[in-house]
Design a protein around this ligand. Structure first.
Ligand code: GTP
Ligand code: NA
Ligand code: MG
Length: 295
């Protein structure tokens, strides 16, 4: 579209790393929430998305975070997460050091061509060895700036809240240094389904990420095989949103079905069009499935 209408959008940051290295706790600390406490077995099993605001050099900056699971079973989610993001924050627990999913995560980020910021977490622990983590990651090509490389390492504690501002600053600096983050908010929205589930009371609930345009309550959308009019949108605190601009994650209510994570959504002219497109997609998918079964 017309480049003059493009506006700066917040960076989308995927938080990745080995299981239990503190990704969710870190995001909880950044937005004063407590998701960790509600997770079954303390294991993240889906992708969550949140936006936080910070102040860097006197101006407010927003950052969108996508939380990913570290359990080895969720490779596909990590791959998808890194593909839809601008920056990856690699969380490494300073007591554990580099572990298998640390390596897997950094490989996803490299494959996606996404700059990496390393958060060396659990620095509050007596066994923490942040120097060792730097040495280990250097072997994988992530050389700390203080060693003459170009990767920012930030020591943090999600538990005590130590140096979280330092991490946010590193993210903003990385975004400003290496990325041109702009999008046109003045067009029909499109974006990605981050996660979706069926809620007993509210029906299908989809967490979406707007990538272009502005999504508004009342818009007709198609998301994978699901369609519908946006009945309501909620932010990460459960507050209602009237609209969602580029890089904003939102929970969307009003869909006909539960779309798949990673599927795209688009805004279309009206409900009827939305349904037609969704039905066409579904029959195409069904045909593809049947063809596959025949082979
Ligand atoms: P998965 O999503 O399951 O991969 O785990 P995660 O990386 O999101 O880790 P999570 O946030 O669930 O934290 C795992 C455990 O480490 C929890 O018991 C946290 O309370 C603890 N933890 C996280 N960060 C810190 C920290 O900075 N210091 C200490 N001491 N404990 C922490
Ligand atoms: Na965990
Ligand atoms: Mg987690």
């Amino acid at each position: 579209g017309d480049e003059s209408e493009w506006q700066v959008r917040p960076p989308v940051v995927t938080v990745m790393g080995h299981v239990d290295h503190g990704k969710t706790k870190l995001l909880d600390a950044l937005r004063n929430a407590n998701v960790v406490a509600g997770e079954a077995g303390g294991i993240t099993q889906h992708i969550g998305a949140y936006q936080v605001a910070t102040e860097v050099d006197g101006s407010e900056r927003k950052i969108t975070f996508i939380d990913t699971p570290g359990h080895e079973a969720f490779t596909a989610m990590r791959a998808r997460g890194s593909q839809s993001s601008d920056i990856a924050v690699l969380v490494v627990a300073a007591d554990d050091g580099v572990m298998p999913q640390t390596v897997e995560a950094l490989n996803h980020a490299k494959a996606a061509g996404v700059p990496i910021v390393v958060a060396v977490n659990k620095i509050d622990k007596p066994e923490a060895d942040p120097t060792k983590v730097r040495g280990q990651l250097t072997e994988y090509g992530l050389v700390p700036e203080e060693y003459g490389g170009d990767t920012m390492f930030v020591d943090v504690s999600a538990k005590s809240g130590l140096n979280l501002e330092g991490l946010l600053e590193a993210i903003v600096l990385t975004a400003d240094a290496s990325l041109d983050l702009r999008a046109n908010p003045n067009q029909d929205a499109q974006g990605l389904v981050i996660e979706a589930h069926l809620d007993r009371g509210r029906g299908p609930v989809a967490t979406i990420l707007v990538q272009r345009g502005t999504l508004r309550v009342g818009d007709s959308i198609v998301a994978g095989p699901a369609y519908g009019r946006v009945r309501a949108m909620l932010d990460e605190y459960g507050n209602e949103l009237d609209e969602a601009t580029p890089s904003r994650p939102a929970m969307v209510l009003g869909l006909s079905a539960v779309p798949g994570a990673g599927q795209n959504f688009i805004v279309v002219e009206d409900d009827r069009m939305a349904r037609q497109i969704a039905e066409k997609r579904e029959s195409r998918e069904r045909a593809a499935m049947q063809a596959k079964r025949r082979v």
